[in-house]
Design a protein around this ligand. Sequence first.
Ligand SMILES: [Zn+2]
Length: 738
Amino acid sequence: MSTRGSSGSSARALFLLAGALLAASGCGRGRATPDSQSSASNVLLVTIDTLRADRLGCYGYRPAVTPVLDSLAARGVRFETAVAHAPLTAPSHASILTGHTPLGHGVRDNGAYVLPAGVRTVAEDFRQAGYRTAGFISGFPLKRRFGFDRGFDVYDDQLPRGKDARRTAYVERTADRTTDAAIRWLEAASPAGSPRKPFFMWVHYFDPHAPYEAPAESMRGVASPYDGEIAFVDAQLGRLLRRVDELGKNAPTLVLVTADHGESLGEHGEDTHGIFVYDSTIRVPFILAGPGVPAGGVARSVARGIDVAPTLLDYAGLAAKGLEGRSVRRGASGETLPDEPAYAESLHPQLQYGWASLHAWRTSKFKLIEAPRVELYDLAADPAEVLDVSARQASRVETMRRELQRAMATTTPGAAQTVDAETAERLAALGYVGTGGSASAPPSGRDPKDGIALVTRLGRNGMTVARTEPEKAIRELTALLAEDPGMLVVLRTRAVAYAAAGRPADAIRDLRELEKRGELSAEDAVVLGDNLRLAGRLKDAALVLERTSSDNPKFAQPLLSLAAVFVQQQDMDGAAAAYAKVLAVDPDNAEASRGLGDVALIRGDLAEAGKRYARVLELDGGDAAALSKLGVVRVRTGQAEEAIGLFRRAVESDPKNGEALLYLAGALASNGRSAEAVPYFERALAAGPRTPMALNGLGLTRLELGDRAGAAAAFRESLRLDPKQPNVAAALRDLGRP
Ligand SMILES: [Zn+2]
C-alpha cells in the first residue's frame, strides 16, 4: 500500500487549511504689494535639513561630492557665514518662512507647536502678489497640521509609509521622490504658450537627517554615510534645477538654498542635533543665484534664517514690513552690511529633558551662550568653540548678556499677541508669556553640558532600538530614568519600547505618568490609545482617541487608531466612518484608503476593496501592504497570475516583508508552482513571524516535491507552536511510516 496516498489525503485536508492563507482578508492595521506679474521672476527656496555648511565643496570641504551646490555657488553668491535660530526643524523653518526668530513666531520645539495664525508667512506674501505657490516637504515636523502650509496653493506633505522597523511610519520622504513630486507640479503648472504667472516654490529635503543611509550609488567616493546623504540630495537637486531651467527658458528663477540646522557629528559630545547651539548645528549654508545676483561672489556679511524671507521679497520687488530679519541683497552684491547679531535658542533640553534651556547671542565675532554656566567663544580665533573665554572676558559677557536679555524681553510680548490658544498655553507654562521677568532670568535646571552623555545613551541604546530590540531599550531607559526621573522623553521612549515588547500594561503606566504631569502630547495620546486597545481595554481606548481627535482636528492619527479599535470591536461601520473622516481632512491619506479597503474586503465587497488599494498605490506605487492586499483581491476574483505579479512587486519593494512573502509562496503553491514556492516560504519564515500557517504551507509544498524529511521538519515545528492540529499530526504520522 502506498504511504504516499495516505499522507496525500491528510495533505489535501491541510491544503484546505492553507487556503485560509489566501482567503484571509487580512484586516490590518499683507505686507506685500502686488507687482506687475509677467516681469517678475520665479522664486525657488530649497531647505536641506541637517546640512552643515562645512560639508559642502564650495565651503572648502575637500572630500565633498556636491557638484550641483558648488556650481550654484559659482554662478551666484554664497554667504560664508549663515546662522539658524534653533537646532530643530520646526522652529528654524518657522524663522525661514516668517522672518521672525522663535521669540517672535512662537514655535519653540518640534511636534508641540502650531505656527500661530497671526504670524504671516512669505508664501502668503507671494500669493497676495499674484504668484502661484507650492511647497514640497520631506519630514514629519513640517506637516500641515503644524501650520507650515499657510499661503501655499499646493502643500505636498505626503510621506510614504517607510520600511525602517526602527522608526515610526510616515516620517520621511527621500529626495528622489520629493523631486519627482516637485517636477510633476512644475510640468503641470507650466503649459506651453499659456500666460505665465510666476511661482514661489519651496522644496524641503530631509535625507541628511539621521539615520544616514544613502543609496549605494551616492556612497561612491564620499568620506562618511552623512556625506553620502548630502551627495544624494545634491544629485536630486541637480535634477530639479535642470527641469526648472528647461521649463522656465524665458522666465528666470531666483534660487536660495539654505538649511534649518547642521549636525554635531560628535562635536561637544552631541551625536546629532537639538540640544546645543554651537556652530556645529546652527551654522548653515546660504547660497543665492539667479537674476540680479552677481556670479562667483562670497559675501562676508552674516546672513540669518530670519533674513531669508525679506531677501526673497526684495529680489521679487515686493516690500517686507515688520519683519525681524533684513534683506541681504546688498550684501550679495558686494557691500559689507553692518553686523546684525543673531539670536539662537534651544528649548528642547527644557521641554523634553526637564533641564535648562539654552539661549545664544551671536555676532560675527563672538558667541555668548546663556546657560546655568555661561559660555563665551571668540569665533575668529576659535571657530570650533572649544575654548570658553567667559572668565577672561567678564565685561564682554555682561554686555552681550544685556543685549540678549533685551532681545528676549522685547520680542516676547510681540509673540504673545499673535499666538493661538494652544501655543499660548505652552509658552505660559514655560514662563514666556506675560511674565517679562522670567524670560530674562538665567535658565535654571541641569546644564545641558552636564547631561549630554545621557542624551547620547538615550539616542544610541534607547530611541534607535526601542522598536527593534525593546527589552534592551527598556533596560537602558529604566537606568536613565533612575539617574534623572525628570526626562520626559525617556518615559515617552520607554512606552514605545514596552509596546514593541508586547507589554501594553507597562506602556500604559508610563503614559499615564506623563498625563499626571500634564505632559501627554497628542502623539503620546495616540500611543496610549493604541496600548489600551492592545490590552483589550477598548472602551478606554476609544475615549482617549476620540478626545485627542476632537482636540486636534487636523491630526489624522487619532482617527486611524480609533478605526483600529472599531475593527477590533467588529464595528465595521464605525471603522469606515473614522477612515472617511480622515479622508475629509486629508484626501491623500494612504492609511485611511487602505483601511477602507480592508473594511470592504471583510465585507466581501471586492470591487470597492480593489478601488481603495489602487488609490493607495496611486499615492505610493511601492506600498508593499497595498500591493499584497490588491493581490488578495485578485486571488479572490480568480485572477491568479495578476495576483502573483502583485505579490512579486510587493516582495521586490520590501524584500523582508513576511506577509508579502507568504502570500507569494501560497499563490505559487496553489497554482502548481511548488518548486518556485519553497524558497519564498523559507524567506517568509526567516522574516517572521513563524506561524503554523506558514510552516504547514512549507511542509505541504515540500511534500508535493517529494521532500519527506523537509516536510516532516516543518510539520513538527508547526505542532510545537500549536499542538491542537489533528490534520498536521496525522500527516506527520503518515510521514513517519516506512
Ligand atoms: Zn531639521
